[in-house]
Design a protein around this ligand. Structure first.
Ligand SMILES: Cc1ncc(C[n+]2csc(CCOP(=O)(O)OP(=O)(O)O)c2C)c(N)n1
Ligand code: SF4
Ligand SMILES: [Mg+2]
Length: 304
C-alpha cells in the first residue's frame, strides 16, 4: 500500500481562508473528509479536475474547506447541480457530498434518478441518522424506535437502507463504510472515484450532538465503538449464521458492475443526430444538384 506522507491533507484544504470549521468536537464528518482527501492523493487526481458539490447541512459544509472546484448549493439539490456540471464538462470528476436528509429526504428523487441513469458521479452520503445542522429532526435513516426532536416518543417510521435503494435504482457501484474504519473508507473512496458510472458510498458517521444526546450516546468514543461492534465486512457477514446476520450492518463494496454511463450515452445521441443532420444535408444538396441537371437537360432539348 502506498505510504501517505503526514499532513498530506493540508495540500487540499483552504486552511488560510476558511478555518476554523463549524463541526462540533467528536463529529465524524472531519474524519471522513480526511479519508477522502487521502484517497484523492493516492489516485493522484489534480485539484483542478475535481468538482465537489454539496447541499445544505453539516456534511454539506465540506466543499467550503477544500481547494477543489466547489459548489455549495441548496438543500437536497446537490445531485441536480452535479448532473449539470457533468453534462457540460464530462471530463471532470464530480463528487457529491450529501447528508442523509439531503440525499434521502428532500433529495431522494435526485438520488434515485442519478442511479437509474447511471450518471458518472461519486456520491458520498454521510449518514448520521439525523438532521444534524437543524438540531436533530428525524431523517429517513433514523432507526425505527430512535429518538429525535420530531420523534420524542421514538420514531415510528422504518428507516431506509441507502445501499439497497441505490442498488435497486441501478447504480453501478454501491458501498458502505463508517467513520471508524478509516483505512477501509479511504480504499472504498478510491474505488468509487475510479468507477465510471454512478458510485454511491454510504458512510456511517457519529453526530454526538444532535443524535447521540437524544439516544443515550453522547460521547463520540461510544458512538465509534458502536460502529465497530455493529458493522461487519461482507466477507465476515457471509460466514455468520442467519440469526447473527440480523443484528449486523454490512460494510464493503456491495455492487461493482459495468453499465453504460449516462453522459457517454448522451454524447452518442448527439453524434447520431449530427450524423443524421449531415446525411440530410447531403441528400438535400444531391436533390438540388439533380434538379439543376434536369433543368439544363430540358433546356438543351427545347433548343433542339
Ligand atoms: C429547502 C430547504 N429545506 C430545509 C432546510 C433546512 N435544513 C438545512 S440542513 C437540513 C437537514 C440537514 O440534515 P442532513 O442532510 O442529514 O445533514 P447533516 O446536517 O446531518 O449533515 C435542513 C432540513 C433548508 N436549508 N432548505
Ligand atoms: S451537529 Fe452533529 S453532524 Fe453537525 S457538526 Fe455537530 S456533531 Fe457533526
Ligand atoms: Mg444527517
Amino acid at each position: 500500500m502506498k505510504k501517505i506522507p503526514q499532513k498530506v491533507i493540508h495540500r487540499y484544504l483552504r486552511h488560510d481562508k476558511k478555518f476554523p470549521h463549524v463541526w462540533c468536537p467528536g463529529c465524524g464528518i472531519g474524519t471522513i473528509l480526511g479519508d477522502f482527501l487521502r484517497a484523492v492523493y493516492n489516485i493522484g487526481i489534480p485539484k483542478d479536475e475535481i468538482v465537489m458539490v454539496s447541499g445544505i447541512g453539516c456534511s454539506g459544509r465540506m466543499p467550503v474547506y477544500v481547494d477543489f472546484n466547489t459548489l455549495h448549493t441548496t438543500h437536497g439539490r446537490a445531485i441536480a447541480f452535479a448532473t449539470g456540471i457533468k453534462f457540460s464538462e464530462p471530463r471532470l470528476k464530480v463528487v457529491v457530498i450529501s447528508g442523509d436528509g439531503d440525499a434521502a429526504a428532500i433529495g431522494g428523487n435526485h438520488l434515485i434518478h442519478a442511479a437509474r441513469r447511471n450518471i458518472d458521479l461519486t456520491i458520498i452520503i454521510i449518514n448520521n441518522s439525523i438532521y444534524g445542522m437543524t438540531g436533530g429532526q428525524a431523517s429517513p435513516t433514523t432507526p425505527l424506535g430512535d429518538y429525535a426532536t420530531t420523534a420524542p416518543f421514538g420514531s415510528i417510521e422504518p428507516e431506509f437502507d441507502l445501499c439497497k435503494l441505490a442498488e435497486s435504482a441501478g447504480a453501478s457501484f454501491v458501498a458502505r463504510t463508517t467513520a471508524y474504519h478509516t483505512m477501509e473508507a479511504r480504499q472504498i473512496f478510491e474505488a468509487a472515484l475510479n468507477k465510471k458510472g454512478c458510485a454511491v458510498v454510504e458512510t456511517i458517521a457519529q453526530c454526538p450532538v444532535s443524535y447521540g444526546k437524544m439516544n443515550q450516546q453522547s460521547s463520540a468514543i461510544e458512538m465509534l465503538k458502536w460502529q465497530k461492534e455493529n458493522t461487519v465486512s461482507i466477507k465476515s457477514f457471509d460466514k455468520l449464521s442467519p440469526e447473527k446476520r440480523q443484528d449486523k450492518i454490512v460494510r464493503g463494496i456491495i455492487v461493482d458492475k459495468d453499465r453504460e454511463e449516462f453522459t457517454a450515452r448522451y454524447e452518442n445521441l448527439i453524434k447520431r443526430l449530427q450524423k443524421n443532420e449531415s446525411s440530410k444535408e447531403k441528400s438535400k444538396q444531391q436533390a438540388g444538384e439533380n434538379q439543376k441537371k434536369s433543368k439544363s437537360k430540358s433546356k438543351k432539348e427545347e433548343k433542339k
